[in-house]
Design a binder for this molecule. Structure first.
Ligand code: KIV
Ligand code: ZN
Length: 524
């Protein structure tokens, strides 16, 4: 039997920490559900001491999904951090405490101002404290505690081995070896893990884990080298989200391990057909676009353009294809449905695309589909995915767009007239001028909602092919020091722009109302 690699997903913690990627509690719950369905073994749901929002997110994720996977909370080596992390996890079923402390000379001298002996003492004490907290619960016989020597890849090997040995002795069941600044190379990282395997006497009592950042574009390669050397847990994120250049991309690790099982000889519990939908969901929620040629989940990942490739593929698929699009749940642009397709055919298609919608949402998406099919002859899988994603995740909707009219052209003053309806029943009409029709629409939305924001990014792309394709607009706005994303789809790109901007404003309103606070004490 091949060894099974534990997949530890940190999209909700390290991924969420990257600029512009913060998620609301509801959004985190939605991503957590997708991660559970994907089959990840551990979800690092947040850093509870960072903010009350982080605490509640970890608590809710742990309560909702702790019976289906292990939910982890991060803590620095401080009693108050461990207390807070345990507070968020204590009443959930399968939980893990993850404590970390930097060990490299550069961090010891300039960040922590602590000598080696002090680092050792603090790490051991805090691992013991974490174990004691967990062991106080009658049903926990072996506390699930992970220790990370931050910046391990730049730590002296003999000191790293000592820290690892002592923290295992103190009770850590997983020792995670982070390349915090993305400095390692595959050979170097292989040697680090191999050194620990050969020089830490009690290493067999813990799982060796890897946590690689992508500053040199080597995070996935380094993680795989670590697996080769004996690591049995990989920490990663969907789409490689994370601090700076990101973390190792989960989808790439999984497909490399699977496609090259002949090399690695290991397996995972991941349902690979959920990789593409999960990637779309995370991209939608965070507003972080996936580059077209990104491995595994990019739109071009399975596109064969060159004639010679297409010819080869027609003769024998494996001439140019090492994975099937279906293996990763890839959604292409197959022609599927038209105006006369019934509700049954539509439901079947949505299900086979990997979505399980509640009856009410399915009905709403079906109505959107009928409206779209009225305007557009051919509806593709990609159009359906855009419609489903536009409706399916929980987005606050204080204001709804109920009518709009724009006027523009050369030699005229672009003008937008809008009507919005508020949840409380108010219906407000107003008009604005602008530099162009989109600008006029955005100004008018701000007048009605009484919210001013700074547009940071505006993108429009066509969801499928043809002149009548659906246009998908995504915006990123800044309001009150925070970033919000919005998306809108329509065959009319001005309407899609209005919907995208309004969605972002609605998120800002909801966050203001919920008193959503910025992360304050990360220090990771
Ligand atoms: O990159 C890092 O070192 C971390 C640790 C907290 C594991 O994210
Ligand atoms: Zn990290």
């Amino acid at each position: 039997m091949p060894d099974t690699i534990t997949i530890f997903d940190t999209t909700l913690r390290d991924g969420e920490q990257s600029p512009g990627c913060s998620m609301s509690v509801d959004e985190k719950l939605e991503v957590a559900k997708a991660l559970v369905d994907l089959g990840v073994d551990v979800i690092e749901a947040g850093f509870p001491i960072a903010s009350p929002g982080d605490f509640h997110a970890v608590q809710k994720v742990a309560r909702a999904y702790g019976d289906r996977t292990t939910i982890c909370g991060l803590a620095r080596c401080r009693p108050e951090d461990i207390e807070r992390a345990w507070g968020a996890l204590e009443d959930a079923e399968n939980v893990r405490l993850h404590v970390f402390l930097a060990t490299s000379a550069i961090h010891r001298e300039f960040k922590l101002k602590m000598a080696k002996e002090e680092i050792l003492r603090r790490a051991v004490e805090m691992v013991k404290l974490a174990c004691d907290k967990m062991a106080a619960r009658p049903d926990i016989t072996t506390p699930d505690v992970e220790f990370s020597p931050e910046d391990a890849a730049r730590t002296e090997l003999d000191f790293l081995a000592e820290v690892v040995e002592r923290t295992i002795e103190a009770g850590a069941t997983t020792v995670n070896i982070p390349d915090t600044v993305g400095y390692a190379t595959p050979n170097h990282f292989y040697d680090v893990i191999k050194y620990l395997k050969d020089n830490v006497p009690n290493i067999e009592r813990a799982v060796i884990s890897t946590h690689c950042h992508n500053d040199l574009g080597l995070a996935v390669a380094n993680s795989l080298a670590a697996v080769d050397a004996g690591a049995r847990q990989v920490e990663c994120t969907i789409n490689g989200l994370g601090e700076r250049a990101g973390n190792a991309a989960l989808e790439e690790i999984i497909m490399a391990l699977r496609t090259r099982q002949d090399v690695y000889g290991v397996t995972t519990n991941i349902n690979t057909t959920k990789l593409f939908p999960t990637s779309r969901l995370v991209s939608n929620i965070t507003g972080m676009k996936v580059q077209r040629n990104k491995a595994i989940v990019g739109q071009n990942a399975f596109a064969h353009e060159a004639g010679i490739h297409q010819h080869g593929m027609l003769q024998e698929r494996t001439t140019y294809e090492i994975m099937r699009p279906d293996d990763v749940g890839f959604v292409g642009t197959n022609l599927v449905l038209g105006k006369h397709s019934g509700r049954h055919a539509f439901r079947d298609r949505v299900t086979s695309l990997g979505y399980q919608l509640e009856e009410q949402t399915l009905q709403a998406v079906f109505e959107d589909f009928i409206a779209l099919a009225d305007k557009k002859k051919d509806v593709y899988d990609a159009d359906i995915v855009a419609l489903v994603e536009n409706r399916s995740h929980h987005i606050p909707e204080d204001w709804k767009l109920t009518a709009f009219h724009v006027f523009g052209g050369t030699g005229t003053i672009p003008t937008a007239t809008l009507e919005l309806t508020h949840e409380d029943g108010r219906r407000i009409q107003d008009a604005s001028t602008g530099d162009g029709p989109v600008d006029a629409v955005f100004r008018c939305l701000e007048r009605i909602t009484e919210l001013t924001a700074r547009l940071q990014e505006y993108n429009v792309h066509s969801v499928s092919g043809g002149k009548d394709a659906l246009g998908e607009v995504s915006v990123e706005i800044e309001h009150g020091g925070r970033t919000y994303h919005g998306k809108g789809v329509s065959t009319d790109v001005i309407e899609a722009s209005a919907r995208a901007y309004l969605q972002a404003l609605n998120k800002a309103t909801a966050a203001n109302g919920a008193g959503r606070e910025p992360h304050t004490q990360h220090g990771v």
